[in-house]
Design a protein around this ligand. Sequence first.
Ligand code: TRP
Ligand code: ZN
Length: 882
Amino acid sequence: MRTENGRIIHLANYRRTDFVLERVDLTFELDPTETRVEARLIFHRREGADRAAPLVLDGDELSLSGLLLDQVEMEAGRYDATPDSLTIRDLPESEPFEITITTLINPEANTQLMGLYRTNGIYCTQCEAEGFRRITYFPDRPDVLAVYTVNIIADRQSCPLLLSNGNFLGGAGYGEEKHFAAWFDPHPKPSYLFALVAGDLGVIEDTFTTMSGREVTLKIYVEHGKEPRAAYAMDALKRSMRWDEEKFGREYDLDIFMIVAVSDFNMGAMENKGLNVFNDKYVLADPETATDQDYANIEAIIAHEYFHNWTGNRITCRDWFQLCLKEGLTVYRDHEFSADQRSRAVKRISEVRLLKSEQFPEDAGPLAHPVRPTKYREINNFYTTTIYEKGSEVTRMIATLVGRDTFRKGMDLYFERHDGEAVTIEDFVGCFETASGRDLSQFSLWYHQAGTPLVSVSTAHDAVNGVFTLSLEQMIPPTPGQSLKEPMHIPLRFGLLAEDGSEMTPAAVAGAEITGDVLHLTGRRQSITFSGVTARPVLSLNRDFSAPINLHFEQSSADLAHIARHDGDLFARWQALSDLALPSLVSAARDARNGKKVTPDPALADTLLALAGDETLEPAFRAQVLALPSEADIAREIGNDNDPDAIRAGREAVFADIAGRDTALFATLFARHRTEGPFAPDAGSAGRRALRNAALGYLAVAEGTPARAVAAFEAADNMTDLSAALTVLVHRFPDAPEAAAALEAFRARFTDNALVLDKWFAIQATVPGESALDRVRDLMENPHFTASNPNRVRALIGTFAFANPTGFNRADGAGYRFLAEQILAIDPKNPQLAARILTAMRSWRSLEGGRADHALNALRSITAAEKLSSDVSDIVDRMTKA
Ligand code: TRP
Ligand code: ZN
């Protein structure tokens, strides 16, 4: 465990290193419990550096077992070694000099999954952000770039495969039982991109010919027997490589690109140079075991990690405050990739759903932080949805502000100016300022001010003079450490809809800069007049979610329904529908809480059913239409004093009302959209399945019996339909014998497939209502549950806490106490995982008083624990700070 629990790192204290690292030579002698690592590091002093300064290297739980200076053993008095640092004094005048460090590490005992660890007999590394210092003493920071040679020595039998970054140099036998391999990565890189994998794995192989005609070998390594399930990932990889060439002019730069899938992994995947390591959940797929969502995730994450080769690896971050420089930008790139591969509007809807359900609550709670923070205690806790998703939205806004072609010019300039460097957000933004000639200093506040801006809108129409007036006011709520905010530059795509649904073109506009269909809101208050507008228009604002904001706009149900039915922008149609639904769901929750009968708004049901039944619209979009705002969406809309039981009861009443209004339509959708023939994971087929399964959810309620879900479960010939039917059955009829039987049949059929059993855990963890906790406790005793595997823990405990509002937020507080217990049990083994799951409680202050008290008590029980990791104590402290 870390010792420097309370230390805060400040951006303002950034300083370059005194020493420049020229070369790194690593030799690993792999052993399950005693791996020997020899690191030869060649340094010289930076020009202008204090020549007496000591060399200070980072470590984490290390012990030094050898230290040489220019191949001669160092005298004890010239250095200090502790588990977390190595300080060397009296370095020679002559340069460069070579330091050789030997450490002994224990991969088997590494349960944090940071540094070098073993998973299912495979040696593997995870170094971002600060894992390399768990392997050897090193200047473990992203602005130290060096060329690496890596030698791996291991048992020939158990480790036929020896992999590292870059290109393969050669290998041979080594004694009786061992062999070795050497790798050389010609591209200077920071230590967080180092990777080593060794073990016995199966492989699928392919090639890719780059735009300049070079042939690159592609390999995906998986456990033996799982090779066929890697085919879709390989296909996604090749499409990603082509797309990056076509859309950004980026070509791959080594002879080989490798992906390794492992089953114990803290996050989704890691972009190590030439050797990506993946959570196997984001590699393995076949129709029998993967849902359409799994396929989409694999495509997106394969692309994401591949795109990092340029945005992250060739150009990296100067320090970890700049994390969004690579993550926000790379998420934006993978979003654009998926939009090009699938339906752009539907992709955008799912992005915005995720942004609103994950990032908006983060930005509105105690963990809120700017996209470019200025301080942190534990960097692992900054791989947040704000850095990733809001970071992506900020990049998207730059593209919106400067226009598509200029955005590409700015990106070209970024690659040209900064290739091979470790840079900052200012460097990135500067490229778009040069390319566009625009001053982006006000825009840059998006990086520095936390909190979701609230834009209040009012409109007036003067029919006599043909003037439409739009008044906008922006307010950015206070967030931890930032009480006062400056007005930001907010790009709002908009349109004025005529009564027949066509787009109106005003004769003139005054009061704001307009570029194309983008209105630039820059003032705190702004009044914009459109002239030559004789008939009253319906304003469609923030089309495509051009800015990640909350809108306060009292638009009438009739106007929202008009947009939902007629807007030219499909995203805007979905957004108008959800804006129509939310007030209805909020008042239903209020009625339910007050014991009043809920009377749903018929305008909502009419519009929703009209869109769902509109055969001219793509099925995937209609499935999104049928997915009412979630319980968490409603809670966010209410804002405070939330009662999750009342929210659910109100939503259920609205859902049942819709289900009962046109059961025939749902039956038709269900019958018509069955996908026949061999399974295809393409977006069109996935959309049909999504629509059909959404209809099944309504039918189960309208019909009130499990029969149809049981039949769907029995007839399903792919995992999407199978798991959807099981979910409807178990969530709607949790106590029915059919539900128990289906769960058991599912378990028995997939007993050897841990990733599928994760779905089985997750479905049960999200059974609504207070009984879920007992189910979760029972499932923790199930032999399929492994407390040391992050996917298992996330599927059961994480899903329960994040995705079961009524189960987790039980009025008696038992859900919170359970989570606190689990956090304390996980923390000593895997602090990163514990801290991440704990963030499920980030919105506890918006709960009604009784629950909030229980939540705070549970958080305090964590604080009171004798020993906490810096990861968990950082989160719990921020969450409980006044
Ligand atoms: N850089 C990785 C990505 O976004 C994610 C990552 C950061 C990560 N830290 C990690 C993955 C720790 C695993 C473990 O693509
Ligand atoms: Zn990333």
